[in-house]
Design a binder for this molecule. Sequence first.
Ligand code: PEP
Ligand code: MG
Length: 750
Amino acid sequence: MSQSTESESRKLLGRLRDALAEDSAGQARLDRITHLIADSIQSEVCSIYLFRDAETLELCATEGLNPEAVHKTRMRLGEGLVGRVAKSSSVVNTPNAPQEPGFRYMPETGEEIFSSFLGIPIQRVGERLGVLVVQSKAAREFSEDEVYALEVVAMVVAEMAELGAFVGEGAALSALHQQPVMIRGTIGQEGAAEGHVYLHEPRVVVTNPIADDPHAELERLGDAIDTLRVSVDQLLSTATTGEKEHVQVLETYRMFANSRSWRRRMEEDIARGLTAEAAVEKEQSVARARLEQSPDAYLRDRLHDLDDLSNRLLRILTGQGSDTGAEIPDDPILVARNIGPAELLDYGRALKGIILEEGSVGSHAAIVARALAIPLIIQAKRITSEALNGDRILVDGDQGIAHLRPEDSVSMAFRDKAAMQAQAVERYQSIRDLPAQARCGTTVQLHMNAGLMADLPSLPTSGAEGVGLFRTELQFLIRNQMPRRAELAAIYTRVMDAAGDKPVVFRTLDIGSDKVLPYMKPHDEPNPALGWRAIRVGLDKPGVMRMQLQALIRAANGRPLTIMFPFVAQFNEYREARAYVEGELHRESRLGHPLPSAIKIGAMLETPSLAYAPKQFFEMTDFISIGGNDLKQFFFAADRENERVRRRYDTLNVSFLSFIERIVERCADTQTPLSFCGEDAGRPVEALCFAAMGLRALSMRPASIGPVKSLIRRVDLNEAKSIINNARESGEQTVRPAINEWLNAQDIIV
Ligand code: PEP
Ligand code: MG
């Protein structure tokens, strides 16, 4: 790059800044920019196209094309050369535009006479704003220097758009940030919420993209990179070798922080006239665009790392921390790329909803959100770049859709739906203290699932008869280090105190698979769901399990205690685990601690094998609870975390229901109490079918108790059973259509 092109480029930016500083309306500014660029690069045409909505580009200003076409010429994303630039987020530079694939002739602009075309994406970190185009009659390819200079200009235009510089009369605009947007993600937790966006880590706002003094900017960049390096080194020195993945990420950070080419590119941007932070952002945008296009998972991960590192560098340069002092609205909907469970708990129940750009159904954050009953959408692409603090937003957790800055009609429909749900909740309150007794006289016990102290207040309000599943691992997942026995005993005491006379089934630590403790040595397993998890870990390394059993016995402090072991696959696993409980009871008694007044030790049936365990297993267990989430995934060999296959097999599939019936029969033979505590227990139609198959206890999230009870009270379970039997006999794959038809015939709408 020559000195002269550098100074040309700086001169253009200087003129741009002066133009932008003028107190003119948005449209006038845009017109001025196109004029300046055409003039300085000596091409006949310069045009700016901006997004009208997420799919449509509009010609917003031009020097050289027919001015009548401004705000009239539009194209869809991907359409024509301009649409191609926008869609691919990459430059198109051609001496012969009409011969390019995708060229679209637009008579209103008089475009056909221009042969050369250079289109540059206008983008801000991962967010497409529009396209900057220069064209000339002479057939020539624009030089690398020219492309580069215009990329720098496009960056400034993007920053200005972000700051609202073009929002004014007549400009269609990058008012993208004022347009309604619908974003489709994946359901993390059902429920509906309406509120205002609160960004967990707001974007750094670059207010000064154009620099006066490149030397000073180079120095600022150098200092910031030094600070960044030191902070990464510090993080590395405090990370323990046990945290393998964490260390690997930090090593990558260090590699990037020391990367010469990354630094050189930013220095070149500064030489062209950008400030240090604008240069960081420019390179971050380029990397983000590549990230979005790349099918290679490894490369995407690395580009993600670079993205995070760029954010750190920006925060150093601008002094903007993650806390910008923005006030949390009264009805906050948290928007984040991702969030850890501990951070989520800090916000607690104040949140009305959560939308994550990443995340997975089984992530710890999702588990916590579910425990807090906060509607959650995950995998909501682009949400962090589209949403601004304070934007109105609707969270439709039932469908996994977020409506950002919704139109009034959408808000109204959403509210109608929410009002209907609220009415239903009121109806459920009226039956709260009544039993879930079906019309045939059979009663089903309804319990709630819990995992945090925060869940306990739902015990009286939901009408649950007890806690049928207390997932103890949440207390382990939300900490940075292994909790101590005394801490656990204090938590379990509070849980039992809060439950009063109602029973609580404590499930021992269920880790492994997707639930990885950050402070435990990770084990690379090809298939963790089938791997070293739950009771397998407990029996192989009994230290933690024994500590937990001691804590439970101490917390019971003479009260009844119920313990359940997860993921038992064969009899002797249960027998060994039970022996540990007995051993700890002895030990505690020797140490002078009071023993529980009664103790029940149960097993979770989560693998098909256990349904065929010897009779002695059923005789020995005090109770069994079907962990339907895991059982279903193993029964159908369909990963519960994999959206592609998860919904493929209906829970009301006749094979699965027959299998449940078999488990009911085996438990009936030995009079072993049986319950079902997977998520399906909380779905009214599923719950009704389980009850028809003979289950007499179900445990579910508190919000499901009302709907499940309401349905059970309206039906005859014997009739339901004969509908199921008929469907089975007539060769149906699932009984769902038959059950729905039967409910409809009774005017029961679920
Ligand atoms: C289950 O598998 O159904 C269950 C209740 O356990 P978890 O969802 O915690 O694996
Ligand atoms: Mg399970």
